[in-house]
Design a protein around this ligand. Structure first.
Ligand code: 13P
Length: 244
């Protein structure tokens, strides 16, 4: 299983910058890991046309096929453009745009029937961790998201503790490993045989410095990167995942 490196650009960069930046990243890429860029929806086509070796994914999608859903992007539109991945349930979608587990479940059910590979994002808030509820929270998110999902072939799960996102305060390698292992156990319990096959990645203040320690973790199969994915040098270092 190749390690997975996602670059989540969030709402950053301009269309006029996206192509050049994606080209530079594509050039810096060394084989061995799978790298997928997640630009804003408006730049998907430009980024797709600018890369040869990197994948391109959406930051969000809607589960209905088509119709009166102002502002949304369908799975069919992504497939038609050759977009291979999509984030689902990112914590900023949950917190800022009030997406709940039921909506995330609808998205996951729809996307699992398509050619788009989902990266399901899970993670607890700081208060939940302080109250000893980190595992229970993540388990709840996982179980609800997967409710009624028949197959999870190809699914990628990103553990992104909310308190570590954009704060510079990454989870300790021990905490990231411990939660990844916990999620793996839950996946195996829900879908026997899939515990080992499912890539579980970590996100939250990953950078060129802490990537070395993260890449050594047994149960962590890659990273989802926000801020550092906008910096050529840092993301190049991160794309060297697992190399000395
Ligand atoms: P940062 O790397 O900026 O903390 O963001 C993480 C993230 O949300 C990736 O999806």
């Amino acid at each position: 299983m190749k390690k997975f490196i996602g670059g989540n650009w969030k709402m950053n960069l301009l269309e006029s910058q996206a192509g050049e930046f994606a080209k530079a990243l594509d050039k810096a890429y060394e084989d061995g890991v799978e790298v997928v860029l997640f630009p804003p929806g408006l730049m998907l086509k430009t980024v797709k046309d600018s890369v040869n070796r990197l994948g391109v994914g959406a930051q969000n999608l809607y589960f209905e096929e088509k119709g009166a859903y102002t502002g949304e992007i369908s799975i069919g539109m992504l497939e038609d453009m050759g977009i291979s991945h999509s984030l689902i349930g990112h914590s900023e979608r949950r917190t800022v745009f009030l997406e709940d587990d039921v909506l995330i479940n609808s998205k996951l059910k729809a996307v699992m029937k398509s050619r788009v590979t989902p990266v399901l994002c899970l993670g607890e808030h700081l208060g939940q961790r302080k109250d000893g509820l980190a595992e229970a929270t993540v388990k709840g998110q996982l179980v609800t998201a997967l409710d009624g999902v028949e197959s999870i072939e190809g699914l990628i799960i990103a553990y992104e503790p909310v308190w570590a996102i954009g704060t510079g305060m990454s989870a300790t390698p021990e905490d990231a490993e411990s939660m990844a292992k916990f999620i793996r156990g839950e996946v195996e319990r829900l879908y026997p045989g899939f515990g080992k096959k499912t890539r579980i990645i970590y996100g939250g203040s990953v950078n060129g410095k802490n990537i070395g320690d993260i890449s050594k973790l047994e149960n962590v199969d890659g990273v989802l990167v926000g801020g550092a994915s906008l910096k050529l040098d840092e993301f190049t270092e991160i794309m060297r995942y697992g190399r000395d």
